[in-house]
Write a protein that binds this ligand. Structure first.
Ligand code: XMP
Length: 325
């Protein structure tokens, strides 16, 4: 029978057999897959593993710092932190079309990845958090019926771009490829990943950049990060995090009139998007207590400069999508 302990033990043996003493590169994202992967590889091959974290500048407040700190201080796994915030922001400067934003962020990700892997490398292997559903999806035939049957594998990236350039060749190490998501969570938990990673809500690859409608600027990113942080804090405080599939803030690039003290304000609205879902394909807006909405609204308007109004999105999917871009 499958247990996390035997899985960890066997993966370590398999990784060692496959990789030997050659070098492996891994791109951490902060999710449970890449975190579990990093832990397994580090256990198997120690300093032959290089974990790279590319900070695009679109993550939630404190998340990059927390991720790096967790790995370095708690797991003693060094992380090559790449601050690429300015270049990502420059790439989408003035861009308002959602798909164009995604494309540019995806391509920049590949470019940074390529440059950094050359700088830190050379590497023989790339570790990927491919899961069993990804294997099925990317295979021509469905389930590999013969042991050892070859299955086509695409470079997994949360950015919807083709993958790495041809001259950047790696062999793949994919120790999670037989697991379903809930099994990865179990393994992650058993090796001591904190619940905030194990149970983290899905977060899009382009991050906050697609939660600022229209043009993304440093100022808008700061505002959204702070508003989003309030949402997360209040939801955690009330023990509701696990009631949602996703729960986040969106910034609209328009302004409306408000009043604060005896001052007229003219500032951005924040949209609250709180949804329940089984798989993200369909979703329902969450019937949350008015008190929660009130607390979040008051705190955002009082604490986040540049916001004077909070609205609640009561659209399900379909016809709405979960994200606003
Ligand atoms: P929508 O907005 O289409 O989202 O209802 C469904 C799920 O996919 C996530 N999402 C993305 N994830 N890159 C990602 O990695 C993206 O560009 C992207 N767009 C949407 C979304 O957060 C939700 O979980």
């Amino acid at each position: 029978t499958w247990t996390t302990a035997t899985f960890v033990e066997e993966s370590i043996k398999e990784i060692r057999a496959q990789v030997g003493d050659r070098r492996v590169l891994l791109a951490l994202s902060g999710g449970v897959d890449s975190s579990t992967l990093a832990f397994l590889l580090h256990k198997a091959i120690g300093d032959k593993l290089t974990c790279m974290f590319i900070d695009q500048g679109f993550m939630r407040k404190y998340e990059p710092e927390r991720l790096v700190k967790l790995f370095q201080e708690q797991f003693h796994i060094p992380v090559a932190y790449v601050n690429a915030r300015d270049r990502f922001l420059a790439q989408i400067d003035g861009i308002t079309d959602p798909e164009e934003k995604r494309k540019r962020i995806g391509h920049e990700f590949i470019r940074v990845f390529e440059e950094e892997s050359k700088r830190l490398g050379p590497f023989d292997f790339l570790a990927q958090g491919t899961l069993y559903p990804d294997v099925i999806e990317s295979a021509d035939t469905n389930i590999p019926s013969q042991p050892g049957q070859r299955v086509a594998v695409k470079i997994k990236s949360h950015h919807n771009v083709g993958g790495l350039p041809d001259d950047l060749c790696f062999k793949l190490v994919e120790p999670l490829r037989k697991l379903f998501k809930d099994e990865v969570r179990k393994v992650g938990r058993s090796i001591g990943l904190p619940e905030e990673i194990v149970q983290r809500h899905p977060f899009p690859g382009p991050g906050l950049a697609i939660r600022i409608l229209g043009e993304v600027t440093a100022e808008r990113l700061d505002i959204l990060r702070d508003a989003d942080y309030v949402v997360r804090q209040e939801i955690n405080r009330q023990g509701l995090y696990h009631d949602f599939w996703q729960a986040f803030a969106v910034l609209l690039p328009i302004r409306s009139v408000g009043v604060m003290g005896d001052q007229r304000t003219y500032a951005y609205p924040i949209v609250l998007r709180l949804v329940s879902s089984e798989d993200g394909m369909t979703a329902d807006w969450s019937r949350v207590p008015y008190d929660l909405l009130e607390t979040i609204s008051n705190r955002i308007v009082n604490e986040v400069r540049g916001v004077n109004r909070v609205v609640y999105d009561i659209t399900s999917k379909p016809p709405g999508t979960i994200e606003w871009e």
